[in-house]
Design a protein around this ligand. Sequence first.
Ligand SMILES: Nc1nc2c(c(=O)[nH]1)N[C@H]1C(S)=C(S)[C@@H](COP(=O)(O)O)O[C@H]1N2
Ligand SMILES: [Mo]
Length: 383
Amino acid sequence: MGGMKPRLPAVRPPVFKGRLHDARTATSIGRLLGVAIAICFGTGLISHYLQHPPGWLADYLPSRPSWGYRLTQGLHVASGIAAIPLLLAKLWTVYPRLFAWPPVRSVRHALERLSVAVLVAGAVFELLTGLLNTVQWYPWPFSFVPVHFAVAWLLAGALTLHVAVKYPEIKEHWSRKSTGTLALPAADGPDRRSFLTGVTAAVGAVTLTTVGQSFTPLKSFDVLAPRHPDHGPQSLPVNKTAAAAGVGRVDASTYLLTVDGPRPYTLTLAELSALARHASVLPIACVEGWSKSARWTGVRMTDLLRRAGAPPDARVRVTSLEKYGSYRVMEMGREYAHDPLTLLALTLNGQTLTPDHGYPARIIAPNRPGVLQTKWVTRLEVL
Ligand SMILES: Nc1nc2c(c(=O)[nH]1)N[C@H]1C(S)=C(S)[C@@H](COP(=O)(O)O)O[C@H]1N2
Ligand SMILES: [Mo]
């Protein structure tokens, strides 16, 4: 023993055998993951263009259906969360192939492997940054929105390429009755079926415990989502409090609303409160995935703009009392500005707005991302 070198056990790659790692399992998981990513990508584009419309588009964004953004953003976050267990299952299934030897066999093979590397990295990046965004945690040096948006396109491209390259195998193993002439037998085995059942159960579990943050009939199961739709003043969640925004409690006797336009004017809170009131039942739908409907009353945006001499297709810029912050100034195109549901709201669920919900006046508009429902409004400018 003394003079001998200790013998290390030979390092061997883990052995993966059997149907769980075959093309049929990869296809079954892959198409579920593909559907989740496609929904996530499509709804993500909607979210992006509603929040950051290029100038030529701003006036054409539709303000209806009023629940549109609530639905699409709820789906965006739910499909992203569902994609996490699916991606893990897919990576586990194809794991032996990711490290196949030799790593590169031909130019075509090298390109395919490169596209898979982009695909895996892009998917992991998008799901991770998206998930952390839902809990408002940004442990990275870049700004979330542009990077999440850019990588989404990379991922979409890599996924399209992947499906095209794998098309013969996908076709071969799409159906349970496939003959399996290309690679491996295609009949469903009990092991594969329990694996797929387990993955489906995991997707169901993460969905059920988070989707209640926007799909309120399931709110009692909402134990893993960062928000519960009922928790907050006036039964509505709050992202940024009045204290965090540096606004505090606005003094009703000094508050002024300024409306700039062809016939500019200012209103005290008493004057604003005396104008014709209307009610809208509209949700706050946060980009982070939670949403909740509420009943708001206030003065119609279109009435305030017309009073300043605005033409019926005018856009408006809205400014908050908040001193800093990315949501201090917001613009809305003509469809929003003149939708009769769009209000400068003064009450929420029958009570004066609390400071955290934007006292004394905040925007509420249909089919609009929560970030653009500006709180503590002090100025409107006809554009
Ligand atoms: N001035 C201002 N308005 C704002 C915000 C903000 O940070 N500053 N946050 C927005 C976000 S991200 C959301 S989701 C909604 C939330 O409204 P609530 O707090 O009344 O639920 O307000 C929006 N309005
Ligand atoms: Mo938000």
